[in-house]
Design a protein around this ligand. Structure first.
Ligand code: AMP
Ligand code: GLY
Length: 424
């Protein structure tokens, strides 16, 4: 079968890596891919948001199955358009992707179907949003309703910060994504990511993971797309796993069907664990990045039958086997990220690092130029290692990081610290 993966990040490299190992795949393409993906898939120079371009390519190359990585094309209706022309895809329809595309939609769904989450209000004018903030006090969280490339959330420590965030959103900082805001109760606890594959009717849990959003050691500094991750997340005990499935994931799948927009694809729940109980922070309609880079190396089963079963609505016919090992990934980023950074610096010794035992390197913002591997983005490489404990996986990952010669790059030195403190 001919398969197209849409996207260009570390997540898509990890997906291509798993998919390329499947005997079901004849030809694998990735649009647009990156400098690492080119060695396992045919790169196609089409943007993930160019829906007409992607459809045209699928028709001309007889693509049988499309796996969509990022959220924007899902919210824009790529899966619906593919389905209209008879091409099977893994990912939700535009209406179902509203779980990520509209925070207000998700909060209303939680309220209607009794799914545990923080108290909230939805507002289309600044005055009413501010009145809610005054009435609630701080800390409080202000969120642009729509997709804002991970920048639409302000955790305000005081009322003034919350008011400023409301003004910014309504002044157009996030474009139309901020024309509505959700103001939400601040939840104090520990965060974890939980992933399930859904086929419209039922949900197959994947594994838990934790990522490190802040740019600096000790979880300090501005938030990023994620500076590292590990799976499983020891904080998600068997009991908590059961509660997340029965109180959050399964009721959401049922609710989406009842609302007339059954959900298919990966359901990624951002969970806050408060006094041992899981509350939903947000949904994403896709794999996490860098969480996908620690899920794929732990997956022992062929991923393709699972993705196909989700698209076909027969997930009950497959099961998944995971290796017991822990996977941990360290993100190498260009100096300056998440602010401004330069492009085009040369990265050396990636192949030597990759040869270390139990190490896999997933590329993100890289390209091959004049035979050199160069950095083209903020997050650039994901150095991933397996180990029998988080500590062992961490040691192996950082050994590989040390082999890489890239003066223009940096990474956090403490990925996994929370889980390691639980191990000792
Ligand atoms: P989101 O994009 O909704 O996941 O928000 C980004 C980050 O903001 C989350 O990963 C949390 O760290 C934080 N956050 C979001 N909502 C809340 C909340 N209600 N209480 C506390 N922190 C939150
Ligand atoms: N790692 C966070 C995200 O993918 O949204």
């Amino acid at each position: 079968m001919n398969v197209l993966v849409v996207g260009s990040g570390g997540r898509e490299h990890a997906l291509c890596w798993s998919i390329s190992a499947s005997p079901l795949v004849d030809s694998l393409y990735c649009a647009p891919g990156n400098g690492g993906i080119g060695s396992i898939a045919n790169r196609v120079d089409i943007s993930p948001t160019d829906i007409d371009g992607l459809i045209g390519f699928c028709r001309s190359e007889a693509i049988d199955f499309v796996v969509v990585g990022p959220e924007q094309p899902l919210v824009d209706g790529l899966v619906d358009r593919l389905s209209d022309v008879g091409i099977k895809a893994f990912g939700p329809s535009a209406r179902a992707a509203a779980l990520e595309g509209s925070k207000g939609f998700t909060k209303d769904l939680c309220a209607k179907y009794d799914i545990p989450t923080g108290a909230y209000g939805r507002f289309t004018d600044a005055g009413a949003a501010k009145a809610y903030v005054y009435a609630s006090g701080a800390p409080i969280v202000v969120k642009a309703d729509g997709l804002a490339a991970g920048k639409g959330v302000t955790v305000a420590q005081n009322v003034d910060e919350a008011l400023a965030a409301i003004d910014e959103a309504f002044a157009g900082r996030f474009g139309s994504a901020g024309s509505e805001v959700v103001v939400e109760e601040f939840l104090h606890g520990e965060e974890a990511s939980f992933f399930a594959i859904v086929d419209g009717r039922s949900a197959l849990p994947l594994a838990s993971a934790q990522d490190h959003k802040a740019v600096g050691d000790g979880d300090t500094g501005p938030n990023t797309g994620g500076m590292g991750a590990y799976s499983p997340a020891p904080v998600v005990t068997e009991e908590l796993h059961g509660k997340i499935m029965s109180r959050i994931i399964e009721p959401t799948v049922t609710a989406m069907t009842a609302e007339g927009c059954p959900y298919t694809g990966v359901l990624y729940a951002g969970i806050m664990i408060v006094d041992g109980e899981p509350l939903l922070l947000e949904y994403n309609a896709r794999f996490g990045d860098p969480e996908c880079q620690v899920l794929m190396p732990r997956l022992k089963s062929d991923i393709m039958p699972v993705l196909l079963a989700a698209a076909d609505g027969v997930l009950d016919q497959v099961d998944l086997r995971w290796c017991e090992d822990v996977a941990l990934t360290v993100v190498l980023a260009t100096h300056g990220y998440p602010g401004d950074y330069s492009k085009g610096s040369v990265i050396r010794n990636v192949n030597s690092a990759q040869e270390l035992p139990d190490v896999t390197i997933f590329h993100a913002g890289t390209d091959i130029q004049d035979g050199n591997l160069v950095a083209t983005g903020g997050r650039v490489l994901n150095i991933t290692a397996l180990g029998s404990s988080v500590r062992e996986a961490q040691e192996r990952a950082y050994e590989a990081v040390d082999v890489i010669d890239w003066p223009e790059g940096f990474c956090r030195s403490d990925i996994g610290w929370r889980a390691i403190s639980r191990e000792s």
